[in-house]
Design a protein around this ligand. Structure first.
Ligand SMILES: *[C@@H]1O[C@H](CO)[C@@H](O)[C@H](O)[C@H]1NC(C)=O
Ligand SMILES: *[C@@H]1O[C@H](CO)[C@@H](O)[C@H](O)[C@H]1NC(C)=O
Length: 300
């Protein structure tokens, strides 16, 4: 009798835990759909709990699902063309975080790098997210929310286009990797010229004075949903209520076929490398049902 009561109490506690705690936890599924290896980097914002990892490797087709600390803010990006020198020092041609190891350990991405930025459970309890080209571009990134409970502009955002070839000559980062020369990243005009007009600094430090430039317009026409300059807020910030997120590098498998940049936002890839995203809340409901079935069976 006593053990049966204990069993029921344990199960009820587990169910409550799943419904109350479990249903609020957020998952990031980071997917590498590129034809090359990507080393994701993660930087947590000041005052938020750190992630379990700050950098790892994803071979083509691989993905990694990570539990996100509550009310997390920070950024996720991809490092490319990484290698280890004979002394064991790790570095990357693009998106490097200057940590000398695969973990970024609190260090930021060195521009140019495409950034996926998040503030979870921000104003009004909403998640705010965007893909930013303000610090330049190194590879295509798409953020897709899943299982959201409504709220705001809850849709996929990102820059699915390969901009490295189309990048204006004066912004191109050329690497003489693998014998030949290739364009591996595209600087922001701010980084390339340091002009306050492009950086939205000094006299240009407000939304009224900092306007799009021909360079920011290059990024905006290729990737209309991504931030192209610092005050590009109106069309670039998206919000969801407690969703999970898939962050995909190279969402469009043949990214090179749209290098010409026709100004259209490609449709989000629906079957990115066959990775199925299992929604956390669906999981919780299934677990809760199984546990309840056990309780009922036991009581009978
Ligand atoms: C969301 O933020 C509010 C206010 O900061 C806090 O009280 C609440 O516990 C947070 N919710 C989660 C799920 O972290
Ligand atoms: C949603 O986004 C569109 C354009 O991106 C914007 O015009 C609109 O104001 C946004 N709506 C909300 C509720 O933020």
């Amino acid at each position: 009798m006593a053990s049966s009561t204990q069993f029921v109490i344990t199960l009820v506690a587990l169910i409550l835990y799943q419904l109350v705690i479990g249903s609020y936890s957020t998952t990031f599924t980071i997917v590498n759909n590129c034809g090359y290896t990507v080393w994701p980097g993660i930087l947590s914002g000041a005052g938020t709990e750190p992630f379990s990892t700050t950098g790892f490797v994803l071979q083509p087709g691989e993905s990694n699902a990570l539990a996100v600390p509550p009310s997390w803010s920070g950024r996720v990006w991809g490092r490319t063309l990484c290698s280890q020198d004979p002394t064991g020092k790790f570095s990357c041609i693009t998106g490097d975080c200057d940590s000398s190891t695969i973990e970024c350990a609190g260090r930021n991405a060195i521009p140019p790098a495409t950034l996926a930025e998040f503030t979870l459970n921000g104003s009004g309890g909403l998640d705010f997210f965007d893909v930013s080209l303000v610090d330049g571009y190194n590879l295509p990134i798409l953020i897709e929310p899943h299982g959201e409970t409504g709220g705001g502009n809850c849709t996929a955002t990102g820059c699915s286009v390969d901009l490295n070839a189309a990048c204006p000559m004066e912004l191109k980062v050329i690497s003489s990797n693998n014998g030949g020369e290739e364009s591996v990243a595209c600087k922001s005009a701010c980084e390339a010229f340091g002009d306050p007009q492009y950086c939205c600094s000094g006299a240009y430090g407000s939304p009224d004075t900092c306007k799009p430039s021909s360079y920011s317009q290059f990024f905006k026409s290729a990737c209309p949903r991504a931030y192209s300059y610092a005050y590009d807020d109106g069309t670039s910030t998206f919000t969801c209520a407690s969703a999970d997120y898939t962050i995909t590098f190279c969402p469009t498998p043949s990214a090179s076929s749209i290098k010409s940049g026709n100004g259209k936002y490609p449709l989000p890839a629906t079957d990115v490398s066959g990775v199925r995203h299992v929604d956390q809340r669906v999981n919780n409901v299934v677990i809760a049902f199984v546990l309840m079935a056990l309780v009922v069976e036991r009581l009978w």
